[in-house]
Design a binder for this molecule. Structure first.
Ligand code: ATP
Ligand code: MG
Length: 790
């Protein structure tokens, strides 16, 4: 039953009500985060249907993500019932696909044209550039792709690009653009930018088509208008129309909502000009400002306002709330990224135990996708249910699986599945046919695939083409060589590095122009870090156990347990994590008592969403703000808007954390505190932990819950063996130990050692020390270190 007029407007403030009931001229609603912009749009749709008797088919609502579209449709359904299904609620891209498939004939396209994603696009541009003899060193495909995309976002075609080209790069871009476009058409394909650009073209070149859509969509609404680019703006304008057409169709009603302070897609050509010049673009336009925030506590709002106020050239907004101060923001300084994740996990657990929040009330944000790994691991270990939004789970990533398959084959030569996975990865000339010949031979001779492969390597396999045979010989030799490293007792991380190098896997990714491949390299680096920490930590644990009087607290049931730090131990460890990883998403069920799952995502993905509890992590200069923004005011302003978006997602509780040391590229990296911390008034933050305590790298002393005491070892170990435990009374105080490479030291736990490397200075100083039998250990050198220089 549709809600009555009064009810639809009841829980809105005056300005919101005005926006919902506004009739006629184009309307812009500008307001800060959480002021009910999206609620206005949703309510306006419901109002149009229920009170103005608009047919649902006449409504077009554009959102930024598919998730937001689904949410908006749901909310409207709740208010007016199923008939809302006839409206179009979608993203720009899916709306354009729908229009283009419908109008394919007009544009001389087949309606089943393919859509090229950025991966396909990059590949095609690489081919085109090669054929045009363009030097890939000077003009990498990635650069060309970005320029072409920017041109398309500005609705400039290849001819336009050629005539405005003012330098060599621009001329090259124009040349590639023309040929790239020719091949797209030949392949009956469009890239993402084409979807918008061709739709604009369709509406501009064919007035009858434009009129059809104008008659059809009498109401057009756009959420997150600050993130539209020029092409999208033009598309909206063409759909809505500026003047009444010759056959008497007046412009459609337009309502857009946005917040210039939340513009975070400049890198995709988004321009807040679209907000700033709305009143000029659309005659008689009205602007309504919303000033009351309904989402967050005053504390959270004050923090957000203070940060964004640092941006130059912005219109100041007066955003207020009557929801009271609420809790203080919790600040936390962790020793390293693992401790940061452990703190977050422990805190979530505590909130759930106290009944303060369900898991589904909590979101954890980070700046870039690869930061999710540390959180995923600890959440899995703790059994904290979670989901990662936007981004494949770490151990499901193709490149990670490929590398683990190599390691499995090295550990177990008979592992057929892994062997066949990497047989031709990277491509080495062992095609499907060769693989089939080996498989058939294995079956006929009743030997394993691996054994058959060895036969093929000797050149004695019937039906095997000699070139493939040679490739197989090379592959078998490659594996044998790598297996020697394992037998020689090399550390897992070093073996992994050799696999990456000797197979050519890394080089292939590094030489690729596809930005996805760059993130693959990052993920592999992350995997090397995992392996490196695994070895260091199990060695640390083993050494600690050997030296600890409480060693008997550790279960000694180690029959069949792989040696600490060994390749099989690593693989076992990873399989457990990966297996737990594939547990079906508990969010999928609609069990009423389901406490739900914690959401992990990047700040970009969080736009428009809200959570009672938000953890903003990695607040470090170089992480957030991102490294590339440190010397660039424009980029820094964009990072600050991103911080504003992050903070304003929180309703009741906000946590801001950073790590003193973070593993990156297999190396520790010491980042200073994010400058955004200083921009928040000090009285708003309650520092739960401001100074790191001294202890061995990777320690567990501060984990929020005793359950976390299980760490990288294959065994459970008691808290008393942890490095964060109270120091032994005979530990000497050696404040700020100064060390140099080559120094000899004596450590109370590890014994004699030699300094291999020193990193960081002052409170961030660490040293990696070879303690011989006790292994290599990385130690923080601040506070009291149980070690003396000899
Ligand atoms: P963002 O800028 O982050 O996209 P927004 O301006 O779109 O935020 P909404 O998401 O629409 O804000 O609203 C924020 C929260 O405030 C929502 O939980 C919404 O239901 C609530 N809200 C909005 N207006 C009112 C109101 N008049 N009374 C009560 N709650 C409201
Ligand atoms: Mg919104």
């Amino acid at each position: 039953t549709p809600r009555r007029h009064a009810e639809l407007l009841d829980d809105l403030n005056g300005a919101q009500r005005e926006a919902v009931t506004h009739h006629g001229a184009p309307l812009l609603v500008v307001a800060g985060a959480g002021s009910g912009k999206t609620r206005v749009l949703t309510r306006r749709i419901a109002y149009l249907l229920a009170e103005r008797h608009v047919h649902p088919g006449q409504i077009l609502a554009i959102t930024f993500t598919n998730k937001a579209a689904a949410e908006m449709r749901d909310r409207v359904n709740e208010m007016v019932g199923r008939r809302a299904n006839a409206m179009w609620v979608s993203t720009f891209h899916s709306m354009c696909v729908r229009i283009l498939r419908r109008e394919a004939k007009t544009l001389d396209l087949t309606s089943n044209f393919s859509i090229y994603d950025s991966d396909d696009t990059k590949r095609l541009i690489t081919l085109v550039a090669r054929d045009l003899d363009i030097d890939p060193k000077r003009y990498p495909a990635r650069t060309l792709a970005i320029h072409i995309s920017n041109l398309k976002n500005e609705l400039i075609d290849a001819d336009g690009a050629a005539s405005q080209a003012a330098n060599d790069l621009e001329r090259r871009v124009a040349e590639v653009y023309a040929e790239y476009q020719r091949r797209l058409i030949q392949a009956k394909a469009m890239d993402f930018d084409d979807l918008i650009m061709r739709t604009v073209e369709l509406l501009q070149v064919f007035p009858d088509v434009a009129e059809y859509y104008r008659r059809r969509f009498r109401h057009v609404m756009v959420d997150e208008y600050q993130d539209t680019n020029h092409a999208q703006y033009t598309l909206v304008r063409e759909l809505v129309g500026i003047e009444t057409t010759e056959s008497g169709v007046p412009p459609a009603e337009l309502c857009v909502v946005g917040d210039a302070d939340q513009s975070i897609y400049a890198f995709r050509g988004a321009t807040i000009r679209n907000i700033e010049e709305f009143e000029r673009d659309f005659t008689d336009a009205r602007t309504i400002l919303l000033e009351q925030n309904y989402r967050s506590t005053q504390t959270i709002l004050s923090a957000a306002n203070a940060v964004i106020a640092r941006n130059p050239n912005r219109r100041d907004k007066r955003l207020w709330t009557d929801s009271g101060d609420g809790e203080k923001i919790v600040g936390y300084v962790a020793d390293n990224d693992h401790d940061e994740a452990a703190f977050v996990a422990g805190e979530i657990d505590a909130l759930a135990d106290k009944g303060v929040a369900n898991y589904s009330d909590v979101a954890v944000f980070y700046r870039t996708n690869n930061q999710s790994r540390v959180f995923e691991e600890i959440f899995i270990r703790l059994g904290l249910p979670y989901k990662v939004v936007g981004g494949v789970r770490f151990y499901e990533r193709r490149e990670v699986k490929d590398m683990l398959a190599y390691l499995r084959v090295l550990a177990n030569p008979e592992d057929t599945v892994s062997l066949r996975r990497v047989l031709n990865v990277p491509k080495r000339g062992i095609g499907d046919r060769a693989e089939a010949v080996v498989a058939t031979y294995a079956e006929r001779e009743r030997i394993s695939f691996a054994q058959a492969l060895r036969v093929a390597a000797t050149g004695d396999m019937p039906l095997m083409n000699p070139r493939s045979g040679k490739a197989i010989t090379g592959f078998v030799e490659l594996l044998d060589g790598l297996r020697e490293l394992v037998d020689d007792g090399q550390e897992v991380a070093d073996v992994l590095e050799s696999v990456l190098d000797r197979t050519g896997y890394r080089t292939e990714l590094e030489e690729s122009d596809d930005p996805q491949d760059a993130s693959r390299v990052e993920n592999l680096t992350e995997l090397v870090t995992v392996a490196r920490e695994f070895t260091e930590f199990t060695v640390e644990v083993a050494a600690a156990i050997a030296n600890d009087e409480n060693a008997e607290l550790v279960e000694d049931d180690d029959a069949g347990v792989p040696a600490p730090g060994s390749l099989p131990a690593f693989l076992e460890r990873v399989s457990l994590v990966a297996d737990a990883d594939s547990i079906p998403d508990p969010d999928g069920g609609d069990d009423a008592d389901d406490a739900g799952v914690v959401t992990l995502m990047t700040v970009h993905t969080a736009k428009g969403l809200e959570y009672p509890v938000v953890f903003c992590t990695g607040w470090e200069d170089g992480i957030f703000p991102h490294m590339r923004a440190l010397g660039d005011p424009t980029e820094l302003a964009e990072e600050r808007r991103l911080a504003y978006v992050a903070i304003t997602r929180a309703r009741e509780r906000l946590y801001l954390s950073r790590a003193m040391t973070r593993s990156a590229w297999g190396q520790p990296m010491n980042n200073p505190a994010s400058r955004f911390f200083d921009e928040i008034p000090a009285e708003l933050i309650d520092w739960r932990r401001e100074e790191p305590v001294s202890r061995a790298f990777g320690g567990t002393g501060n984990f929020g819950s005793p359950r976390v005491a299980t760490t990288w070892g294959s065994k459970q170990r008691s808290e008393s063996t942890g490095f964060g435990a109270a120091p032994n009374k005979n530990w000497k105080d050696t404040v700020a130990l100064k060390l140099e490479v080559g120094d000899r030291v004596s450590h109370d736990k590890y014994g004699l050692g030699t300094v291999l490397s020193c990193d960081g200075t002052g409170p961030r100083a660490t040293a990696t020390i070879d303690f011989g039998g006790s292994g290599k250990v990385r130690l923080m050198l601040i506070g009291s270190v149980p070690m003396v220089k000899l």
